[in-house]
Design a protein around this ligand. Structure first.
Ligand code: UDP
Ligand code: MG
Length: 316
């Protein structure tokens, strides 16, 4: 089989409840587009029957390729593995939980034909809880400031990439990264289309609040030195302010005598404690970057693939 025009990459982590609906809908939606296609499903160490379902589907449909990780490495690693395997000219990423309807892929593909390198998507009428939406809004704001890459919707993984962008992504061997932002940094022409968004069909979101916080921290520190500069700024401001306070204390003592200075001790304590807090924060932040450097210099592989399943009809 020659290379297909379209590759769809789907990370799968404990999605046994969604797969029986996802696979036929995806197949129907892609067949309707009318170009040659393949679907690369990456099993990210699922502990349920996902792999079994994926293998059965791949045995029956030559369009499917299944990559099996030996454990859970996270959504972005799974997508990277899919990227390595994908052979299409246009590569689309989509979640397995049917929150982005597969029928919307056609929209992205049509838009790509206008010559864009990346087509993102914005969820209209987002079907998540209010808390989740507010959190996302905050994340969007902070992220676009810190990374200098503006996306309307950082959380929406339904996106299409041209082959050369994906190749460049695969060459970026950093451990923790956020694919949409990285892709937009390398892409020439980027656009976005609105897509529908549904409630997660079945099962729970695989992201806990803690995982989201981690992801946000990752995003900030892997794309900019802005947090470091901010701490530096705070440090400088604090130092200047404390100098002013010290001056006031000294003057107070000279003019009003020691009585005044004794009560000033408490002010001093307050300032000191605040300082210690800022210092600890700065050290923690530095540690985050140092830790990241440590992770990178080891050059460990991002993930381990146990096996790749392709249909026997596919001779490649
Ligand atoms: N996912 C994954 N590995 C993980 C977590 C999630 O491959 O460690 C997949 C998951 O199966 C789904 C997609 O990434 O296809 C998005 O996950 P989820 O729907 O839980 O995220 P949310 O929509 O809540 O942001
Ligand atoms: Mg989801």
């Amino acid at each position: 089989m020659s290379s297909p025009y379209l590759s769809v990459v789907v990370p799968v982590f404990n999605e046994e409840e969604n797969l029986p609906e996802l696979l036929p809908r995806l197949a129907a939606a892609l067949a309707a587009i009318g170009t040659s296609y393949e679907v690369v499903l990456v099993n990210d160490g699922s502990r349920d029957r996902s792999l079994e379902l994926l293998r059965a589907a791949a045995a029956a449909d030559a369009h499917l390729v299944v990559i099996d990780f030996n454990r859970n490495y996270g959504q972005h690693s799974a997508v990277f593995a899919g990227f390595e395997e994908a052979r299409g000219e246009v590569i689309v990423t989509i979640d397995a939980d049917l929150q982005n309807p597969p029928e919307e892929i056609a929209k992205l593909v049509t838009k790509m034909e206008e010559g864009y390198d990346v087509v993102g998507s914005v969820r209209v009428k987002r079907q998540d809880s209010l808390f989740r939406r507010l959190a996302s809004r905050l994340v969007n704001r902070v992220t676009s400031m810190a990374t200098g890459v503006h996306l309307s919707d950082y959380g929406c993984m339904l996106r299409a990439y041209r082959r050369n962008v994906v190749k460049t992504l695969c060459q970026s061997k950093e451990i923790s990264t956020f694919i949409p932002v990285l892709a937009d940094m390398f892409a020439g022409r980027v656009t976005e289309v609105p897509v529908a968004h549904a409630e997660r069909l079945r099962g729970e979101s695989k992201y806990s609040l803690w995982k989201l916080v981690r992801l946000q921290f990752d995003l900030m520190t892997s794309f900019s030195l802005w947090p470091l500069r901010l701490t530096l700024g705070i440090g400088v401001t604090m130092a200047t302010a404390s100098m002013a306070v010290a001056l006031v204390l000294i003057l107070g003592r000279i003019i009003k005598g020691h009585e005044w200075a004794v009560s000033g001790v408490f002010t001093l304590f307050a300032v000191l404690f605040f300082f210690i807090g800022v210092l600890l924060f700065a050290i923690g932040l530095l540690g985050e970057y140092v830790g990241r450097i440590y992770m990178e210099v080891r050059h460990r592989p991002r993930y381990v693939v146990r096996q790749v399943f392709r249909s026997p009809e596919d001779p490649s």
